[in-house]
Design a protein. Structure first.
Length: 427
């Protein structure tokens, strides 16, 4: 493999910037930039020089010998001062050596290829880097620690044993086999089915934690939706006006709600549209509202918006500041009831997030669904007797391959470029 390098920390001015070098020539390449490298897994201050011996910077240098590194290869980290000029000079100096600039995600891809991580851990690492809230960090860390990988490994082990038992029965079909393996095979399949189905049941919640929940504010024109959104966001995210129909498109505000990622949507007021633009805005409002996790209705008594609240929605009366009876009402203008609404949303969404499983990607859901389908077919063939055992064994192998693809062991080459393309250069 080539020796690669890249800035591993964010662009821009900082106290320290980390430049990572990985590959078979990492020690030789970096050794040419300084008087000597520190001992393996040791840190030392070194002056980094250009080709003429001029000092570029004094850096803290760390060395890691493969396979005991992030990539599984020899790695050198240069902790230089975080000046953009210094970083550019050191990267330029590395570019004059036999090393080349890394591609996006190439360090993580090498970690995968060198069995330092499996594919679910790589995906979790990407989520961890992108995490904006505490719930996202916790969920990503569970994947990065290998919790899903360990569960899949156990499922695969059980299915491999089940297939081996069936194949042993086939191999000794002409002999007297003293033990009927069907009960153990059935139990192994049932255990995997139960665990995988439970994991799938938590997929929707896990996906929401990863991508964020959506809360739509619904109401008639001039019901105070935009004012409420601004109060929830604590800034002027939406234009407010006494004129009805000001909001024509869906306005989104991303926020951290007790550690959960939430996007609050301000939508066009629901009424009979007066022009094509408003009609389009109302159509978009209804579509986004239907797909939201929770809808907050600002609704007068007996008011018909053409979109009725459902179980799980929150219904409030608008503009409590203009009412004598403020029971069940809210005002974005005065802030009355806003804290209570935020607390209720956090409570409801936290309950949903608590059911999140370890599978967070659509790819995970697809592989587990394929596994369950193959296991159901295998059970049907087992019930049809020994003449169908060879087909049942093949069904179990299909299920096992689906799980192997899930952790990146087979049939995933076409996915790798897409997955790693979303990583930054230094990862």
């Amino acid at each position: 493999m080539d020796t690669i390098f890249a800035l591993a920390t964010a662009q821009g001015r900082a106290g320290v910037a980390v430049i990572r070098v990985s590959g078979p020539q990492a020690f030789r390449v970096c050794g040419g930039l300084m008087s000597s490298l520190p001992d393996i897994r040791q840190a030392g201050l070194r002056k980094i020089t250009d080709a003429n011996g001029a000092i570029l910077d004094e850096a803290l240098v760390l060395t890691f010998a493969g396979p005991h590194s992030f990539t599984g290869e020899d790695v050198v980290e240069l902790h230089v001062h975080g000046s953009p000029a210094i970083v550019a000079a050191v990267l330029r100096r590395l570019g004059e050596t036999d090393a080349r600039m890394a591609e996006p995600g190439e360090f993580s891809r090498r970690a995968l290829e060198n069995d330092r991580m499996d594919l679910t851990q790589v995906e979790a690492l990407g989520d961890l880097i992108s995490a904006e809230t505490e719930a996202q960090r916790i969920q990503a860390m569970r994947g990065y620690e290998g919790q899903l990988s360990h569960r899949i490994a156990q499922w695969r082990a059980d299915l491999i044993r089940a297939a081996a038992l069936i194949e042993a029965t086939i191999d000794f079909a002409d002999e007297d086999v003293p033990v009927d393996v069907t009960p153990e095979v059935t139990a192994l399949i049932a255990g995997v089915e139960t665990d995988a189905a439970q994991e799938l049941s938590g997929f929707a919640a896990a996906e929401c934690v990863r991508n964020g929940f959506e809360v739509a504010i619904i109401g008639a024109p001039n019901a105070g939706k935009s004012t409420l959104l601004n109060a929830m966001a604590r800034r002027d995210a939406a234009i407010t006006s006494e004129r009805a129909g000001t909001t024509r498109d869906v306005i989104e505000v991303r926020m951290d709600l007790d550690g959960l990622p939430v996007t609050v949507l301000d939508t066009a007021g629901l009424r009979e549209a007066v022009d094509d633009i408003e009609a389009e805005g109302i159509s978009r409002a209804i579509l986004r509202a239907q797909n939201s996790d929770i809808r907050v209705f600002l609704l007068e008594e007996n008011e018909d918006l053409g979109l009725a609240p459902e179980a799980g929605d929150i219904v409030l009366r608008p503009k409590s500041d203009l009412r004598a009876d403020q029971l069940g009402a809210i005002s974005g203008k005065t802030g009355a009831g806003v804290a209570e609404l935020m607390s209720e949303l956090a409570h409801r969404l936290s309950r949903r997030a608590a059911s999140a499983g370890l599978a967070t990607q659509e790819r995970h859901r697809t592989a587990m669904s394929q596994t369950l389908e193959s296991l159901q077919v295998a059970k049907n063939h087992l019930e049809n007797g020994p003449d169908f055992y060879d087909i049942a064994a093949e069904d179990l192998r299909v299920a096992t391959r689906a799980l192997a693809a899930l952790i990146g062991q087979v049939d995933v080459e076409n996915l790798l470029d897409e997955i790693f393309a979303s990583f930054c250069l230094g990862k």
